[in-house]
Design a binder for this molecule. Structure first.
Ligand code: FPP
Length: 264
């Protein structure tokens, strides 16, 4: 059914339709996380200020969120601002925050239409109060939605998240003996969510850059040279198709080999 919902939105006979029809609706990644990268380079290629790359990147966010929701993806996590991004010029940081607020205001309707629940992960309490208000309003408004969970990682750092989780676990009285991976994950920002099955990074960089360090332990990674502002439905479908060709073993052995060895 979700594949039908996606197909209803794609022009018939288009290359995107051909891609969508190849997707196996039974083997979708439950959680897709994306490192949106290359906005600055996209702008530089066009002799535009960097912020124009961020502005153009909003269309990619819109397209990606709607594609993922229509496809029936369970969780989509987009990294919009890292704990290190404060080092950027103040004007760029301010523009990013303004774009974020505008996105939320303009797209709330779409989030509601597609039954999307919006959540912030990261140190949101360190953001400006007007941004926090906007984020909280969007979280509250979409809290009752039951479709895709859309996490936006803001003022996010993977190591910072792990340190915070350790502190929270200690404060909750968790003893070393009672701590295991499952218990620890309950103190992360993503508590209760499945780990990403697929991590996408745009702009060709082969780095994790401190993103979801704990959660991506077993994620499949797909990197495209495409800069984020050019990323569209087609690229998301390509990533999913590549994911569906992967052989996930979680440290075990290939299924056919297991059969040959008589492993049950
Ligand atoms: C990386 O490109 C991108 C970012 C730091 C910000 C991403 C933000 C957006 C797409 C807009 C706001 C998001 C939402 C969800 C409304 P870069 O600037 O590091 O590019 P470069 O590596 O080419 O310099």
């Amino acid at each position: 059914m979700p594949l039908e919902t996606l197909l209803a939105w794609i022009p018939p006979g288009s290359p995107d339709e051909a891609l969508a029809r190849q997707v196996d609706g039974e083997r979708l990644p439950v959680h897709i996380a994306i490192i949106m990268d290359g906005n600055g380079r996209w702008a530089a290629r066009r002799h535009l200020p960097r912020v124009e790359g961020h502005r153009a990147g909003i269309d990619s966010v819109r397209d990606t969120v709607e594609t993922a929701a229509r496809l029936g993806i369970g969780v989509l996590t987009l990294w919009a601002f890292s704990v290190d991004n404060w080092k950027r010029p103040r004007g760029e940081v301010n523009t990013l925050m303004r774009l974020l607020k505008r996105y939320l205001r303009l797209e709330l309707g779409t989030l509601m239409t597609h039954n999307i629940r919006f959540r912030v992960i990261g140190r949101a309490d360190e953001l400006a109060s007007d941004v926090q208000r906007e984020l909280s309003a969007a979280e509250a408004r979409t809290a009752g939605n039951t479709g895709m969970l859309f996490n936006i990682a803001l003022n996010y750092g993977g190591r910072a998240e792990i340190i915070e989780a350790v502190r929270r676990a200690m404060a909750a009285g968790v003893t070393p003996e009672s701590l295991d991976e499952q218990r620890f994950s309950e103190f992360l920002y993503t508590a209760g969510q499945p780990d990403p099955d697929l991590l996408i990074r745009t702009s060709g960089e082969m780095r994790l850059s401190n993103f979801l360090l704990w959660q991506i332990a077993y994620s499949e990674i797909w990197v495209t040279d495409t800069f984020w502002p050019d990323f569209r439905r087609r690229h998301l479908l390509e990533a999913i198709l590549a994911f569906q060709k992967r052989d996930r073993r979680y440290g075990g052995i290939k299924a056919p080999a297991a059969v040959a060895l008589g492993v049950k």
